[in-house]
Ligand binder design. Structure first.
Ligand SMILES: NC(=O)c1ccc[n+]([C@@H]2O[C@H](COP(=O)([O-])OP(=O)(O)OC[C@H]3O[C@@H](n4cnc5c(N)ncnc54)[C@H](O)[C@@H]3O)[C@@H](O)[C@H]2O)c1
Length: 254
């Protein structure tokens, strides 16, 4: 993949899919800015890449704060000279409380929306502004979920946000193509761990149910998803925009 010489900002880069994507892209020559919380997590992930000879930067960033996101874009450009790729990946999954719509209060609903939908809005807003200013195009990859494509999960604010991200990705694809900017959404299936995995009320039950429902017969890993994100960032994907790329072991169509 043609990824060397690029610069990528990856939110939620301290763990899971974000960290795996950063490792994968850095190994192919992309300079990666890992933006996220907690600070210790992103610093460890960035140091790991640097120790292996890659170029990485840790930028403590809470995507619920617009000033943090704006500063993360500025720090990335300051460190690496440009911004070519944005991976809007940070997300929460409030397993215990994001359920039972009929009795949910708005504050609970908003906690997920603020990260998973508005956090991506803030990330895309400042990433796009930088790309437009540079004038050399770019690639935005939004990490949605197969929960945007079916009604299976009990986490209603989560799946609503993930569905909204498909709309946002299509909007960006259509309206920013004139700037040479592509945008695609990736929908991972059930991985071995979800965001906020420690809060899952029934990890064993979830594992057996998801393995049984997945035709390939296993849960996914962050390393299963990272190459798809990297491909969409690469020059080989130059005709791909507005797409929804499902990487799920077949669960969505079964
Ligand atoms: N794991 C799965 O089964 C699965 C399936 C479909 C989609 N996804 C999506 O993939 C993305 C990555 O999830 P993951 O599985 O790697 O889990 P993860 O918990 O390892 O990654 C999420 C990251 O986002 C960070 N984050 C949370 N709130 C933040 C905030 N306010 N500001 C900045 N960073 C914040 C977390 O600290 C974490 O590093 C998420 O958007 C998730 O919804 C995951």
């Amino acid at each position: 993949m043609k990824l060397d010489g690029k610069t990528a900002l990856i939110t939620g880069g301290g763990s899971g899919i974000g960290a795996a994507t950063a490792r994968y892209m850095a190994a192919q020559g992309t300079a990666v800015a890992l933006a996220g919380i907690p600070a210790a997590g992103i610093e460890e992930a960035a140091n790991d890449i640097i120790a292996k000879g890659g170029r990485a930067l840790a930028v403590t960033t809470d995507v619920t704060r617009e000033s943090d996101v704006q500063a993360a874009v500025a720090r990335t450009v300051e460190a690496f000279g440009a911004l070519d790729v944005v991976v809007a990946n940070a997300g929460v999954q409030r397993h215990k409380t994001d359920r039972n719509l009929f009795e949910m209060d708005e504050a609970e609903w908003e906690k997920t929306q603020d990260v998973n939908l508005r956090g991506v809005f803030r990330t895309c807003k400042h990433g796009l502004a930088q790309m437009i200013e540079q004038g050399g195009g770019g690639s935005v990859i939004i990490v949605s979920s197969i929960t945007a494509l079916n009604g299976r999960t009990p986490n209603v604010s989560y799946m609503t946000a993930k569905s909204g991200l498909l709309g946002m990705s299509r909007h960006i694809a259509v309206h920013y193509a004139q700037h040479g900017i592509r945008c695609n959404a990736v929908c991972p299936g059930a991985l071995e761990q979800t965001p906020d995995w420690g809060d899952h009320p029934d990890p064993g039950g979830r594992e057996s149910a998801m393995v049984e429902a997945t035709p390939l017969g296993r849960l996914g890993t962050p390393e299963d998803i990272a190459p798809w994100i990297a491909f969409l960032a690469s020059d080989e994907a130059s005709f791909a925009t507005g797409g929804t790329f499902v990487v799920d072991g077949g669960i969505t169509i079964s």
